[in-house]
Ligand binder design. Structure first.
Ligand code: AMP
Length: 189
């Protein structure tokens, strides 16, 4: 089910050499500037697991049943303040994902009948998933390439969580703030 593009390591390596800064001649300066340089060009090493832990999204992914009406799905979304739900069968297996976007599309197509349609009618069945080891950069790639904002994280058969693009951005911003602080401390000494 997982659809993780390969080659990101190569991409990351390319970005590192492209962004490489000239170093200074003096040996101590050289060492100092090198550590600053590696901090600047360092890509995030974070994984889906880190994001789930930091954003506390790793528990109780909200799900509905395929036969649930869209009306019920909107109530579930409203009650939980979320924009997407997983669709699981009676055995707890994920059979699809349904987001606000599917519901909006449903209303545009069938304004009068959409509330009475079922989750199975509007869900996406070909769900792209990640594993706890999927990197933050891979998650962003999956979302950008697939044009969706949610990725379920599967640990084997177990659904470990659901990561939204908002979670990824929030996590990365925190990392960048921390990196900026480290750089400031390096420069100040
Ligand atoms: P979103 O941007 O997440 O609201 O989703 C946009 C469209 O992509 C909707 O049709 C969703 O059902 C679908 N979608 C959302 N997440 C995924 C995913 N992880 N894999 C495949 N399709 C998805």
């Amino acid at each position: 089910m997982a659809c993780i593009p390969t080659g990101s390591e190569k991409r990351e390596r390319k970005m590192v050499s492209k962004n490489k800064k000239p170093h200074f001649g003096h040996e101590s300066m050289h060492t100092h500037s090198q550590s600053i340089e590696s901090a600047v060009v360092d890509q995030s090493k974070a994984t889906a697991e880190d994001i789930l832990h930091k954003t506390d999204m790793g528990h109780d992914v909200i799900a509905v049943r395929p036969a649930d009406s869209i009306h019920k799905v909107t109530e579930v979304m409203k009650a939980n303040g979320i924009g997407s739900v997983l669709v699981k069968d009676q055995n707890g297996h994920m059979v699809g994902i349904l987001t606000e976007r599917d519901i909006v599309r449903g209303f545009a197509d069938e304004p009068d009948d959409t509330f009475d349609e079922t989750a199975a009618d509007l869900m996406t069945t070909n769900v792209v998933t990640a594993t706890p080891q999927t990197s933050l950069m891979e998650l962003l790639h999956l979302m950008t390439e697939g044009r969706f904002r949610h990725v379920p994280v599967l640990d084997g058969e177990h659904i470990a969580g659901l990561i939204s693009i908002g979670d990824v951005v929030k996590f990365r911003l925190r990392e960048l703030e921390y990196e900026a602080l480290k750089l400031k401390q390096m420069i100040v000494g």
